[in-house]
Design a protein around this ligand. Structure first.
Ligand code: SF4
Ligand code: SF4
Ligand code: SF4
Length: 271
């Protein structure tokens, strides 16, 4: 099966945010708001899976999940809630997630966000429109881009396009395809006329996939420690979720009791 990818050329981006709007629409995301972990309203969030970062020039740089070939988020997840699909996207299964947020810590690009607005929060990030791909459609952001600053296709074909652009304009582009080899390669590739190292957690990421480093480190930890750590995280999640559900049920019961005593109580509460 072909491994799909996206290529973003920042020199073509005009910062219109049509990609952001299209992503919000297909994913049913709400309006932007400032979340606890967010620095600015245009940062990635549970309601913004992709964003446009502004740099002097002006330059416009898209930020989104890179859909790593060997994703650290999936490796860090103890219950397999994140996984790399054969088609390329790295997807998330909220039914398996235990809310430990190890994926958020492990990601070298700082991508996953927590959905703080929900009583039982989940992790949120770009899925490369996996459901649309399975239905034979393009990612919504790619389809919406008026400048074709982001294009979609097979990873090998997009690497050829990127290499050609770098060859044709050696003075214009930084001579590097971001995502070609770093952290083992990513399925979102980028080329640019400004360095894009600021998108990652450190200036020059190594080519070695981070999961290999993770497991090399973990192999030196006694299995019992990992087992107990994972078990404790699981127990913590189950207890936390149960307490939240109990609190919600108690609040609903109290409201129902008030409404039974005084039918106007519910209306007053909503006033
Ligand atoms: S960029 Fe981060 S969240 Fe996306 S696949 Fe890679 S490790 Fe996972
Ligand atoms: S691929 Fe889909 S989910 Fe990802 S940024 Fe584009 S529109 Fe959003
Ligand atoms: S739609 Fe295209 S041109 Fe507009 S901000 Fe997004 S990537 Fe840039």
């Amino acid at each position: 099966m072909s491994a799909y990818a996206m290529l973003t050329d920042t020199t073509l981006c005009i910062g219109c945010e049509a990609c952001v709007d299209a992503c919000k629409k297909v994913n049913g995301l709400g309006p932007d708001r400032l979340w606890p972990e967010q620095k600015a309203i245009d940062d990635l969030s549970a309601t913004r899976y992709t964003t446009i970062l502004r740099r002097p020039g002006p330059r416009y740089v898209r930020q989104q999940c890179r859909h790593c070939v060997d994703p650290a988020c999936a490796s860090a997840c103890l219950v397999g809630a994140m996984h790399k699909t054969p088609e390329g996207p790295v997807v998330y299964d909220s039914g398996r997630c235990m809310g430990c947020r190890y994926c958020m810590v492990a990601c070298p690009y700082g991508i996953p966000r927590y959905d703080w607005n929900k009583a039982v929060p989940y992790v949120r990030k770009c899925t490369m429109c996996y459901d649309r791909l399975k239905a034979g459609k393009l990612p919504a952001c790619e389809e919406a881009c008026p400048e074709k600053a982001t294009i979609f296709g097979e990873r090998e074909a997009l690497l050829k396009v990127a290499r050609q652009r770098l060859r044709d304009n050696p003075r214009k582009y930084v001579q590097r395809i971001y995502g070609e080899t770093e952290v083992g390669g990513t399925s979102v590739l980028m080329i640019s006329d400004i360095p894009l190292d600021f998108l990652a957690w450190k200036p020059r990421l190594a080519d070695q996939p981070l999961p290999q480093l993770t497991w090399a480190a973990l192999s030196k930890v006694p299995p019992v420690v990992i087992g107990v750590g994972g078990l404790m995280a699981g127990i913590y999640w189950v207890i936390g979720r149960r307490m939240k559900m109990q609190a919600l049920a108690a609040a609903a019961a109290e409201q129902a009791a008030q409404a039974a005593e005084d039918p106007r109580a519910g209306e007053k509460g909503r006033e």
